[in-house]
Design a protein around this ligand. Sequence first.
Ligand code: ACO
Length: 403
Amino acid sequence: VIDIRGLYGKAGVFTHDPGFTSTSSCESTITFIDGEKGQLLHRGYPIDQLAAKSHYLEVCYLLLYGELPTAAQMEDFEYRVTHHSMLHDQMQYFFRGFRRDAHPMAIIVGVMGAMSAFYHDSTDITDPWQREVASIRMIAKMPTIVAWAFKYSMGMPFIYPRNDLDYAGNFLRMCFAVPAEEYEVDPILARAMDRIFTLHADHEQNASTSTVRLASSSGANPFACIAAGAACLWGPAHGGANEACLMMLREIGTVDRIPEFIARAKDKDDPFRLMGFGHRVYKNVDPRAKVLKASADEVLDLMGIHNNPTLQVAKELEKQALEDPYFAEKKLFPNVDFYSGIILEAMGFPTSMFTPIFALSRTVGWISQWKEQLSDPEHKIGRPRQLYTGAPYRDYVEVEERG
Ligand code: ACO
């Protein structure tokens, strides 16, 4: 808290909180995190139970509407999502406008933003019906956008969504099927994909969600707000961390090199950090990391990948770091990114697809938070203050009189 008398010529105090480590920006009923206990609840339900017993679209319903659906409500929701998965045909020209080597996130941010130019009937945020249609459209179309960004980056033809497949299976097929060849969705793989979506669905006021809320506070249209969230997620300290973590595990290469990297992570003169370790809120094991650790074994077995050196390094690194007093003292534990990259790679995704898959999963969280904000009668435009440390008032100096 800073006394601003003398700074702005008026009495009063304001908080200066870079990184918003202790500033609440909103009230929310969607997600609760107890960082000390390592607990994550969506509408009160723990993430480990949701990951084990529920599925992604049910969790989407829960996040959006506040309660688990009845069978009839679920059927209706699934029908609506499934029947909005096709992209407007003209959007494929938008994809084709990108350079082939564009990062899929660049395409996703652009295409999501461009949806406001294709779906004019769901951009009026004052109309609850339009808000609902925009929400369903974005959840439904995001797998198609992400899969097409992937196909485009590889120079392969787009695969259209199929209404008879479930959400995760449909996504896998759009990513890995090739025209004129049979593609059978493996149910274990689809389940593992669905679990990754579920674990990433929402995480309260993280950087990308706060970006969505800030963009929305000006009254921007829903597609623009979600594109803003995706752009923020792209950063390596946020959605890009699992890619960085996999790179690090590969660089370590063999378990005998782990002590060297742990020593580097502890060395304050070395900028190196253990990627996939530490979290702003969790001061205990990230509950999502526990689920993913088990899922990694399952997926690698299914893909016939045995004794995978990266997974071996990851498990041994986790063990050694957890036994190290430095990590215990600073409460640094594996986070969601520690094992997710290994699973996605085993499924056949290149690292450039890791953040896009995170964006796909998080779309429902962004939308739920956006809807909640709009329905709050007290919400106002977000406008953080600053602590000005620049030059005091001074008169303009003519160019001849300078230096
Ligand atoms: N390896 C080594 N030391 C670490 C690590 C790490 N991964 N993370 C934090 N520390 C140390 C810091 O050096 C600092 O030490 P100090 O007190 O002696 O200066 C202390 O722990 C606190 O770290 P901060 O950076 O202040 O903590 P903050 O809450 O700001 O950062 C973050 C959290 C960004 C996640 C950090 O732990 C990190 O960089 N981790 C690696 C990247 C990563 O995995 N990001 C994914 C986050 S999850 C997500 O976005 C989905």
